[in-house]
Design a protein around this ligand. Structure first.
Ligand code: NAD
Length: 314
């Protein structure tokens, strides 16, 4: 029986510890298990965070074993090497698939019944890998996908238009990586078509500005890694948002990575499309309208991922 107030984080590096830290402040959970091959690391993080508990609502945070996570509602996996400067997310494939071949069978062994939330990169490839290695139902295997990239897009559009970014409705879809695309044709600000809204704010070079903003989103991780060697706060907030939708059964529409079944002609590949996320995990992909150019880019993105999957599975 799953305990909806219990969560696990596997991998307690920059990303895992940042996720744990935002989650301990979220009020969503009463128990959090931390696991890392480096046990001292997990123990140190658990101690450090526990010392902040007098300022938060009560919960248990501890370094545990796989046996401790069998009843967790959500298991977040951030274990794995991170991107080095000049390394693409896809370069990480071999290293991180190897790590997943160790972790996922452990989850199966202990009879984990929760939702797997994959965060390690390349996230789409690892979501597919986790799905296949675990044999879990598809609704229970989710990748954080382009939830972070979409937040970056909203932030940059908000800055560009000098408005609260929460009024911006736009998605980055496809691979969480170099082949991702911005679905600008359906983007709007509080129901007003994005280009029309830009004109209202005195901007007319739509194509040029949107291309620049898209490239800024796509290349954000590279720029941050160049400056501070890793990215972790943004993704931790994205993870918290996904967990919130699951634990509170919100049915929020989030661009998470999940297995496709013919949507836009895509089959048997995990990538990000807006989807309804609830206590059951991913419920349904939402078919937003795409123009021909976006559709082609989405198909190219899926093809790039499939090529990697073919190599990984070979
Ligand atoms: N999806 C996203 O939006 C997003 C954003 C940023 C980073 N990431 C990815 O998150 C991953 C982690 O990045 P990081 O900066 O935290 O790296 P990190 O090196 O700081 O941490 C990785 C942690 O994983 C642990 N680990 C390795 N093998 C393990 C195993 N078999 N079992 C348990 N733990 C294991 C390591 O000991 C380490 O503590 C990377 O793959 C990175 O690319 C994803």
């Amino acid at each position: 029986m799953v305990n909806m107030r219990k969560i696990a984080v596997i991998g307690c590096g920059f990303v895992g510890s940042s996720c744990a830290f935002t989650l301990m402040q979220s009020n969503l959970f009463s128990e959090m298990v931390l696991i890392d091959v480096d046990k001292d690391r997990a123990e140190g993080e658990a101690m450090d965070m526990s010392h902040g508990l007098p300022f938060e609502t009560p919960m248990k945070i501890y370094a545990g074993e796989y046996e401790d996570i069998a009843d967790c509602a959500i298991v977040i996996i951030t274990a794995g090497a991170n991107q080095k400067p000049d390394e693409t997310r896809l370069d990480l494939v071999a290293k991180n698939v190897g790590i997943y071949k160790h972790i996922i069978p452990e989850l199966v062994r202990v009879g984990c019944e929760g939702i797997l939330l994959i965060v390690s990169n390349p996230v789409d490839i690892l979501t597919y890998t986790a799905l296949k290695l675990s044999g879990f139902p598809e609704n229970r295997v989710i990748g954080s996908g382009t939830v972070l990239d979409t937040a970056r897009l909203k932030y940059l559009l908000g800055e560009h238009l000098k408005i609260d970014n929460r009024g911006v409705h736009a998605f980055i879809i496809g691979e969480h990586g170099d082949s991702e695309l911005a679905a600008f044709s359906s983007a709007n600000v509080s129901g007003i078509n994005l280009n029309k809204f830009c004109e209202m704010r005195g901007y007319y070079n739509h194509e040029e500005s949107m291309q620049r903003i898209y490239e800024d989103v796509r290349d954000s991780a590279y720029k941050i890694i160049e400056k501070k060697h890793a990215t972790y706060y943004g993704v931790a907030m994205a993870v918290r948002r996904i967990c919130e939708s699951i634990v509170r059964n919100e049915h929020s529409i989030l661009p998470i990575s999940s297995l496709t079944h013919g949507e836009y002609g895509l089959e048997d590949v995990c990538l990000s499309l807006p989807a309804i996320v609830s206590a059951n995990g991913v419920e349904k992909i939402v078919p937003i309208s795409l123009n021909d150019d976006e559709l082609k880019k989405l198909k190219d993105s899926a093809a790039a991922l499939k090529k990697v999957l073919d190599d990984v599975l070979a």
